[in-house]
Design a protein around this ligand. Sequence first.
Ligand code: OGA
Ligand code: NI
Length: 355
Amino acid sequence: MAGEHRLLALKAFDGTKAGVKGLVDAGITAVPSIFHHQPDHRHRHFTVPVIDLSSMSSRRAAVVAQVKAAAETVGFFQVVNHGVPEGAMSAMVAAVRSFNEEPVEAKAPYYTRDRGRRVRYQSNVDLFTSPAAQWRDTLFMEMPAEPQELPAACRGVAPEYAGLVRERLGRTLLGLLSEALGLRRGYLEEEQGCLEGVSVAGHYYPACPEPELTLGTIGHSDTTFFTVLLQDAVGGLQVLVEDDEDRKQSAWADVPPAAGALVVNVGDFLQLMSNDRFKSVEHRVVANSVGPRVSVACFFRPAGAASSTRVLAPIVPDGDGGSARYRSTTMEELIQQHYRLKGQRGTSLLDHFRL
Ligand code: OGA
Ligand code: NI
């Protein structure tokens, strides 16, 4: 579609404030061309490791080794017996679903692209920068949010869920990741502030009439220290499994829903801080004729990251002969570059800081 025509179509879609859900409710049977993606069917089987955290007190070294192996290779793992109650997980998924299924008039006041607002409902965070629009609507909530800032459907549930993920799982994971880097347990939390902020993105992927033409979420890595993702039973999340020997063999592998599990992935900040020992890996969500699919991502990054002067620098272990692979930077600069590079294909945020 020609640039100008496409921009008008995007603006018209955005102006409805009704999201992809609005298109589906209007009964469309074909995916509009603004949502058309280049097909990428590279697929392979790969099992993302499932790590049982219940054995942590008796077998800590073994759990650290599992976390280390996953963080250094595929960058993704699932955790079970993680301490976040299943009731809080299902309540969170239900809250995101019920918000998205409210009438347009109820949701429209939250619809905004103003990054200064802590609570934002929008279809496609990157609508105007991504090569093609994606089959998904998102309610983004930066925590802590004032109760009156949050839509009623999420008011009680979202802060409670975010708090549980942070206190019961986030802290534990940072302890394990610190030890996996050969550092003391409290290092990433206390010295690096990795537990300082969490934001919650509630994603809603409506059923799609022509799923092969579009994507739910385009391939990306996360601009976080790490992300904890809750997905319902529909499925569609895929991770890019790289083949170091032969790059052409890299392909998308399913991260299938597992009852009670949470998906954890390393983000760009941790890849930089770990000096490439940990991998922030690309992932995406395919569209599906079955739906809606609901997922909830907890992004661990400092509150007000966009103006944070916190310095990020690679941690290089003494005496291993290695040297820093990135220049040090601030959170503010990272976030600015992230937005600047968005939409520029083939340039990754980390490449920009690589020495
Ligand atoms: C994200 C993300 C995956 C999903 O929010 O960054 O990758 O399953 N979400 O919704
Ligand atoms: Ni992601």
